[in-house]
Design a protein around this ligand. Structure first.
Ligand code: SF4
Length: 440
C-alpha cells in the first residue's frame, strides 16, 4: 500500500490523467500505479506511472568516465524539463558523484529524479577495496542517495549469481550490456557471492519504504542485440524481477520493472504482455525497445518505433535514447532530439492505449491545419522554434506553405470548405473513438 498521499495531490494527478481519484487509489494500493516523491524532497511534481495513465518519458543525463562537464549536464537537465520530460535519471560515472547528483537534482526540479546506485558503489568500492567490495557497501550507497532525495533507483536484484554465470558461459552474442548489471555480475563472480541486493533485500525494502522511494528493478540481462532477444536469460531475470516486485508491493514498497533492450518489432507486444502477466500489472519501464541494431547515428528513431508499439501495448514509462547512442555521450542538442522522438512515440502509443483522452492535441492541430492557421500549428509543435524555422526557410508569408504554393489543397477547396460547418474538437475525438472500436 502506498504511503498516505495528500488529497490535493491525488486530485491534481487524477485531473491531469483524466481519471478519477478512486481509480488512482486502487492502482496505488495494488501496485499497478506508482507515484514518485521521496519524503526528503521539498517539492517534486507528482508524476504517476502505470495502468490507465499517460505513457511517461524518462531522460538519462550524467557524466562519463571520460567526459566530465557538469555545466553541460545541467543544461541537459534544463532542456529535458523545458521539452517535457516526465522524469530524469543521473547516470554519472565520472567526477565527484555526490556533488554531481546534488547539483543535478536541483537542476532537474521539479521532476522526479532517479539514479543507478551500483555505479557509485562500484566506482568508490573498487578504489577502496579492489573488487572485494563488502556487500553492504552497495546498500550504504543506496542509503546515501535516498538521503539526498532520489525518488527512484535502478536496483539489479533480479540477476542472481547463477544467471551471471550462465551469461558469461552461454551462447549470447553479448553476455551483458547493462553497465550496472555487468559491474554486479563481475562482483558476484569475483567474490563467489550472491547479488548484494538480494542478500540485503529485506533491509533494502525497509529503506525504500522509509523514504517513499521507488525501486526500479533493473534488467541486467536485457538483450543488447536483436539476436539475443527473449532468450532464457532475459526471461529468467524477468521472472525473478516479477517475484521481487510482488514481494516489495506486499511490504508497502513502490516498484516498477525495467525491460528491453533490443528486439524486433514482432516481439515487442509479447514482451509487454509477459511482464504484465508475470508481475500482476506492475508498471513497466522500457528502454526502447530498439527494433533494429543497424540504425547507428539514428538510434533515437529505432527506439521510437519500438517505444510506440510498446506504449500502445501497455508500457508505462519509456526511456529515451539519443542519436549518439552506442557512439558517444550525447550533447545537449542530441538530448533534445532524443526526448522529442520518445515523446512522439509515447503519444502515438497513447492514441491507441487511451484513445480520445490522448487525442486533444491531434484534434487541435488537425483543425489548425485545415484552416491554414500557422501560428496555432507552430505553437502546438513539439519544438516551436524548429517548426517556425522550417515554415520560413524559403518564404514565410504565404497563406499556404511552399510545398504546394498556390496549388495548396486547402486553398483549392477554400470556398467549399467555407460553406461547410466548422469541425469541433469533440467531433474529431468522437471520430477517433468510433475508428478505435473497429480495431480494439
Ligand atoms: S501547401 Fe501543400 S503541404 Fe502546405 S499546407 Fe497546403 S496542402 Fe499542405
Amino acid at each position: 500500500m502506498h504511503r498516505n498521499v495528500d488529497e490535493s495531490v491525488l486530485k491534481d494527478v487524477a485531473k491531469f490523467e483524466g481519471v478519477d481519484v478512486e481509480f488512482l487509489l486502487r492502482g496505488l494500493s495494488s501496485g499497478r500505479i506508482i507515484l514518485f516523491g521521496n519524503v526528503k524532497r521539498s517539492f517534486v511534481k507528482p508524476v504517476a506511472i502505470g495502468e490507465g495513465l499517460f505513457t511517461k518519458v524518462n531522460v538519462n543525463i550524467g557524466t562519463s568516465g571520460t567526459v566530465v562537464d557538469l555545466g553541460m549536464e545541467v543544461k541537459k537537465a534544463r532542456v529535458a524539463v523545458d521539452f517535457g520530460a516526465d522524469t530524469i535519471m543521473d547516470l554519472s560515472t565520472g567526477g565527484n558523484l555526490d556533488e554531481i547528483r546534488r547539483t543535478l537534482i536541483e537542476a532537474s526540479k521539479p521532476l522526479p529524479f532517479g539514479t543507478v546506485p551500483t555505479y557509485q558503489a562500484w566506482i568508490e568500492g573498487v578504489a577502496r577495496f579492489g573488487t572485494a567490495i563488502p556487500s553492504d557497501y552497495f546498500i550504504s550507497v543506496v542509503e546515501r542517495q535516498l538521503r539526498d532525495g532520489v525518488d527512484f533507483m535502478t536496483i539489479h536484484a533480479g540477476v542472481s549469481r547463477e544467471l551471471a554465470l550462465k551469461a558469461v558461459r552461454g551462447s549470447r552474442l553479448m553476455p551483458s550490456v547493462s553497465r550496472g548489471g555487468t559491474m554486479l555480475a563481475v562482483w558476484m563472480l569475483e567474490n563467489a557471492s550472491e547479488n548484494p541486493y538480494l542478500k540485503h533485500w529485506d533491509y533494502l525494502l525497509e529503506l525504500f519504504r522509509e523514504y517513499n522511494a521507488v525501486i526500479s528493478l533493473g534488467d541486467a540481462l536485457r538483450p543488447g542485440t536483436i539476436f539475443d532477444a527473449h532468450d532464457e536469460l532475459q526471461i529468467a531475470e524477468l521472472v525473478n524481477n516479477a517475484r521481487l516486485a510482488r514481494d516489495a508491493i506486499s511490504k508497502g514498497v513502490q516498484v516498477m520493472i525495467e525491460g528491453p533492450g533490443h528486439m524486433t518489432m514482432d516481439r515487442v507486444v509479447a514482451d509487454i504482455k509477459l511482464e504484465k502477466s508475470l508481475s500482476g500489472g506492475v508498471p513497466y519501464y522500457v528502454l526502447g525497445p530498439l527494433v533494429t541494431d543497424a540504425a547507428v547515428g539514428y538510434d533515437h528513431i529505432a527506439t521510437a518505433i519500438g517505444a510506440a508499439i510498446a506504449a500502445a501495448a501497455g508500457a508505462d514509462l519509456i526511456c529515451y535514447l539519443t542519436p549518439s547512442e552506442h557512439l558517444s555521450l550525447p550533447n545537449v542538442e542530441q538530448v533534445k532530439e532524443g526526448l522529442i522522438a520518445a515523446k512522439i512515440a509515447a503519444h502515438a502509443g497513447d492514441l491507441v492505449k487511451l484513445g480520445p483522452r490522448a487525442a486533444k492535441s491531434d484534434a487541435e492541430i488537425s483543425i489548425a491545419r485545415a484552416k491554414l492557421d500557422w501560428s496555432k500549428q507552430i505553437e502546438l509543435a513539439p519544438d516551436p522554434g524548429r517548426a517556425l524555422a522550417m515554415r520560413t526557410q524559403f518564404e514565410g508569408n504565404l497563406k499556404s506553405c511552399t510545398m504546394c504554393g498556390q496549388y495548396c489543397v486547402f486553398l483549392l477547396l477554400e470556398k467549399y470548405l467555407k460553406s461547410r460547418k466548422e469541425t469541433t474538437l469533440n467531433e474529431l475525438m468522437n471520430k477517433l473513438e468510433v475508428s478505435r472500436s473497429y480495431v480494439l
